[in-house]
Each structure stands twice: as C-alpha cells, then as structure tokens.
Write a new protein. Structure first.
Length: 314
C-alpha cells in the first residue's frame, strides 16, 4: 500500500524510480479508506535525504500512510532550501490540536551537546509531552531516543570518547514481542552516535523493556511497557552510502574520524560499502506500524482513550 505525501515532494520521484508505491494527496483524496496518519519531526540537517529514507521504509508496508512533516523551528536550514521547508513542513502550532496514529522523531547532530544546552530543548520536551496524549505510538531514533529517555524517565546517556560508527551485530533479548516477529536471532544494524545509554539502567527500569542489544553497541531497541514509546538507538533508515558520506564529510572538516566498523568492503574506505541491514530496517518499521500503530490506534483519532495495550507474550 502507498504512502500518501504532499503533491510535488522531491522524494516522490526517487521513490517511484525504486518501485516504492507513493501516492499524491490529490490521488489519495479519491479513495474512501482510513489511512494511518504519521507525523515526522525531522531534526536531521539534510531534510530531503532523511525524508526519502523514512518514506522508503514506510512505503514498504501494506498500509496506506498519510504523512505530515514537522519542523522544530522556522530558522533557515544550511542544507535545505527555505522554499522546500515552507512548502512541505508544518510548524508545531499547526498540528498541536491534532491526534496522530504514529510519530517518528529523527536523530540530530547534537551528540556532544548537553540536552539543556540544545537551543530547542524546551520545544523538544514540549513535543514529547504532547505526543504522550496525542499519538498512539512514538518511534524515537538515535539522538531522539536518548533525549526522550532522559526527559521521560530521567535516564541520561554517557558521552563516548570516539564516535560509535559502523554496522554491528545484535541479538534479540526477547522472542515473543510483536515488534520482533520475523526477526532472526541475530541481525545487523548501523549506528552513528557520540553517546550510549547504560543498558543495565534500562533493564532495571520498571517502565522499559530492552528488546534487542549488542555486545559492541549496547542497547538497540527499547520499548516502554505501555507500548507507546519505541526507542531505537541506531539508524535502521540509513541507506548504503550514508555512513560513507558522514565519514568523508568529517574527514573534510578535519575531524579525523575512525573508519566505520564492519561497513566498507575489507574495511577499506577506498572500496564501496556493503548494506546488510535493509531487511531488518524494513521489518522493524513494518512491525512497528502494524502492531503498535495500526493494531492499537482507534478508528476515530479523537478518541485516544480507546487505545488498548498489547499483552506481553513473554
């Protein structure tokens, strides 16, 4: 089923060339079905690239998804034109009164900055608090996962001396959660961050469940016991060259980054990277959208009290 996106969004042409089904607002208006309404708060610098990555995953599910794009402020972006932002993004005041089936909050290049020093920290906290009353399920990615765990549960991250960058092996910590249906016992996923959560604190918290972890990269998927919040510490949305682009960008800025682990063929940046996480990323988003959004959300979005949490399967 398609993702419904604004008419003329640049990602449309890219996704259609990959045979991913997207539908314009005009065409979708003629269909009499109830699409899932998903809001994306895009905190990444290159808005178009991140939109395309997330829409690619949402477009691989059997559900029609109606996407709204949200920006954190109206300041000019160095990497995305003001026309694109004004044409396709909404301010929070425009959606504050609405309810959504799902919300995705992306990562952000803020890994070495204390949360309280982030210029829009108060706004992030406001949106997280709003989401707990107006959204059936929230997916927090990378920096956003750390920020939400800090704000909602008081669990702070540990800053790393060296950026955690590469593709790492993970294992399921539980077998019988809907989110993990179809997952292999072990799977690969990319990370790109300067901080890490203490996995023992996550496991000890009564409102959280660690569903997948890595010996090298720590906790990967953490789910709140009420199923409303899913924290993913890595980047299942990344495409094959994303870590490569980040690595050479940092080199160009004189940062002397380490080579992303388990990523380039033969660990040689002169060779092409190998994408080995696409299947996991697609399954993760599909399971989240199906079991934690579609299966739980009320048909009438005005009635958020109708949400019935999953019973844990063990």
């Amino acid at each position: 089923m398609p993702v419904k996106i604004p008419d003329n969004l640049p990602a449309a042409g890219i996704l259609e060339s990959e045979n991913i089904f997207v539908m314009s607002e005009t065409r979708a208006a003629n269909q009499d079905i109830r699409p899932m309404k998903v809001l994306i708060l895009n905190l990444m610098p290159n808005k178009i690239e991140t939109e395309t990555q997330l829409l690619r995953l949402l477009g691989n599910t059997p559900l029609q998804v109606d996407v709204d794009l949200l920006r954190i402020h109206d300041k000019a972006s160095r990497h995305t034109s003001i026309d694109h932002m004004n044409n396709f993004y909404r301010d929070f005041e425009a959606v504050r009164h609405k309810n959504y089936d799902g919300l995705i909050i992306t990562g952000a290049p803020l890994g070495q900055i204390e949360f309280e020093d982030v210029t829009y920290w108060d706004h992030i906290r406001e949106i997280i608090d709003w989401s707990q009353l107006h959204v059936t399920s929230v997916l927090f990615l990378c920096w956003a996962a750390h920020a939400a765990l800090y704000h909602l549960y008081g669990l702070n991250r540990n800053l790393l001396q060296v950026k955690r960058s590469g593709v790492f092996q993970h294992r399921r910590a539980h077998r019988h959660f809907p989110l993990l249906r179809g997952f292999d016992d072990e799977f690969l996923a990319p990370h790109s961050r300067f901080a890490e959560m203490d996995i023992q604190l996550l496991k000890a918290h009564p409102a959280l469940q660690v569903l997948a972890e890595s010996d090298e990269a720590g906790a990967y998927m953490v789910l709140s016991t009420n199923n409303r919040n899913l924290f993913v510490m890595g980047h299942p949305e990344y495409q094959r060259t994303t870590l490569k682009d980040e690595y050479f960008r940092d080199l160009g800025e004189g940062l002397q980054p380490e080579i992303p682990l388990n990523y380039f063929r033969n660990n040689d940046p002169g060779q092409e990277p190998v994408a080995r996480w696409y299947g996991h990323g697609s399954l993760l988003i599909s399971n989240w959208l199906n079991y934690y959004v579609y299966q739980l959300t009320p048909y009438n979005l005005d009635d958020m009290s109708a949400i019935t949490p999953w019973e844990s399967e063990g």
